[in-house]
Design a protein around this ligand. Structure first.
Ligand SMILES: NC(=O)c1ccc[n+]([C@@H]2O[C@H](COP(=O)([O-])OP(=O)(O)OC[C@H]3O[C@@H](n4cnc5c(N)ncnc54)[C@H](O)[C@@H]3O)[C@@H](O)[C@H]2O)c1
Length: 272
């Protein structure tokens, strides 16, 4: 069967396309016959024809890229992110507020059948415990209102920007994905476990090598960027048409063990 995942002739926009999982996603989509537009703050290796330089912390810059790319857009892959070493407020703005701004700009350019996938993280698995504050945050109507909410509510994210940004993604995906379902637009997130990309040294710098040496890995290794990219490509494919408003985990069995007692949660505590 040709074009099994049905990307041939479609138009896709990928954030974080210059590196890691975003670059791997863009490359797979191009191989599958999509017209791929990338968005990133850095230049890539030149392999992607349409890479638009843009800071996701700047809503006007996002608007300019959306204008240049134009519609229709069939699938949006929100892969960019700042790691745990970046300042918390900037992490919240780039990982969540900028991506939400982009997503809300792209939705009107999508026809029924359109799909949006965010990369969240196992770090965002606890979003449902913090749903009250996360839903208040993600329901803010625009980038400026999101910024104002962060300034008025520093507790959830101060010292915890990365995990909080990923919880916000998962809350938004459930809340907004439910709203979009009747319009035929699917919104989901992929939650990777530790993945060997250029971001990994930043995680090791903030958490320590020992934390990652002890991090439980039921399949015995970290993920590759390509393994995560294929999950994203499948998630946004029309073949996944009944996967709606949900968080999918690609973590090598980590949360399965954690939620059923096979993994001791104290291994996740930061070193004293
Ligand atoms: N590597 C891991 O272990 C891991 C695990 C779970 C989730 N994630 C998430 O996966 C996603 C992809 O990360 P990766 O591991 O491929 O890392 P990466 O560093 O290779 O890719 C991240 C990309 O985001 C871009 N970016 C950063 N700030 C930006 C901004 N302000 N505007 C536009 N682009 C910006 C970077 O330039 C880079 O190209 C991120 O959202 C990350 O949080 C990573």
């Amino acid at each position: 069967m040709d074009d099994v995942l049905r990307y041939e002739g479609t138009r896709a926009l990928v954030t974080g396309a210059a590196s890691g999982m975003g670059a791997a996603t863009a490359s797979i989509l191009a191989e599958l016959g999509a017209e791929v537009h990338g968005l990133d703050i850095q230049d890539g290796d030149g392999s992607l024809d349409n890479l638009h330089r843009c800071d996701l912390g700047d809503p006007e810059a996002i608007d300019s890229v959306v204008e240049v790319v134009g519609g229709p857009i069939d699938s949006l892959f929100n892969c960019a992110g700042l790691p745990t070493t970046a300042p918390d407020r900037q992490v919240m703005l780039v990982n969540f507020c900028g991506h939400r701004h982009l997503t809300e700009r792209v939705i009107p350019l999508m026809a029924p059948g359109g799909s949006i996938a965010f990369i969240s993280s196992v770090a965002g698995m606890g979003w449902i415990v913090n749903a009250a504050s996360m839903l208040a945050f993600v329901a803010q109507p625009d980038f400026a209102a999101g910024e104002a909410w962060l300034d008025a509510n520093p507790d959830p994210w101060t010292g915890n920007g990365y995990a909080c940004s990923k919880e916000a993604i998962n809350a938004y995906v459930a809340w907004r994905g439910f709203q979009l379902a009747p319009e035929g637009i699917r919104l989901n997130s992929l939650n990777p476990g530790p993945t060997d990309t250029p971001m990994m040294p930043a995680f090791i710098e903030s958490q320590g090598q020992e934390f990652f040496d002890n991090f439980p890995k039921p399949v015995g290794r970290n993920s590759t960027a390509e393994e995560q990219a294929w999950c994203l490509v499948m998630l946004n494919s029309p073949r996944s048409s009944y996967v709606v408003a949900t968080s999918v985990f690609a973590d090598g069995g980590f949360t399965g063990g954690l939620f059923t007692g096979g993994i001791d949660p104290t291994v996740l505590m930061p070193p004293e």
